[in-house]
Unconditional design. Structure first.
Length: 218
């Protein structure tokens, strides 16, 4: 069994959410907000929102889609926003562009809804991350499996979801280490291909653990 020169350090994170000075009370302001808010805010309301809705196997995990549905009563627009598969994006600029395009097109098609006041405003937010080591690491695939078994939802989310912002959405901490330190490119690709959009965090965690178990059994 190969031993990695650089161990995988398991960690977790706490997040301080900051409400920005941008809000939307209708679709027009929402469209403007999507265009001008920070990249961290786009990430917070799409990728990071998965942690707040991790228990949902169905429904909208995007804060944007949730607000459009619940506060604006525009189910068709919410479905269009939710249909943007965040797994396919390698840059937040591209994701922002498509979110903005969808809302812009909708407003042009249905101008009667553009200035309609929502039941509650949308507040654009972002979060500040504070990472904390868990005190255990892995140098082999077996140790990596044992570490995975100990992870909480928060720690799994840190390594598998929010790491994509640090790594420019291309991969996750687990896959990066598996490929770069153990030479397990195929396992890394399968891990990175786990559907973070339709699975719960618990489900994605279980799938990754099963993939590692299968690799160890070979």
């Amino acid at each position: 069994m190969k031993t990695a020169a650089q161990p995988f350090h398991f960690a977790t994170a706490a997040y301080l959410t900051r409400i920005l000075n941008q809000k939307a009370v209708n679709l027009h302001e929402f469209c403007l907000g999507l265009e001008s808010c920070s990249d961290a805010s786009i990430f917070y309301h799409t990728f990071q929102s998965l942690s707040r809705h991790h228990f949902l196997a169905e429904g909208f995990s995007s804060d944007f889609a949730q607000w459009v549905m619940a506060a604006c009563n525009r189910a068709d627009l919410a479905e269009q926003l939710a249909a943007l598969d965040i797994r396919e994006y390698l840059s937040l600029a591209d994701l922002r562009g498509d979110l903005h395009r969808v809302v812009t097109d909708y407003c042009q098609t249905y101008p009667q809804f553009v200035e309609q006041t929502a039941f509650e405003p949308f507040f654009f937010c972002e979060s500040f991350e504070v990472a904390m080591p868990l005190g255990f690491e892995a140098r082999t695939l077996a140790e990596f499996r044992d570490g995975l078994r100990r992870l909480t939802h928060a720690s799994f989310h840190y390594h598998f979801i929010t790491s994509r912002l640090r790594l420019h959405l291309r991969t996750n901490d687990f896959s990066l280490w598996l490929a770069g330190n153990l030479g397990l490119e195929s396992l890394a690709d399968r891990a990175n291909g786990i559907d973070i959009y339709t699975n719960t965090l618990e489900g994605a965690h279980r799938i990754l653990l099963n993939l590692v178990e299968a690799e160890l059994a070979q």
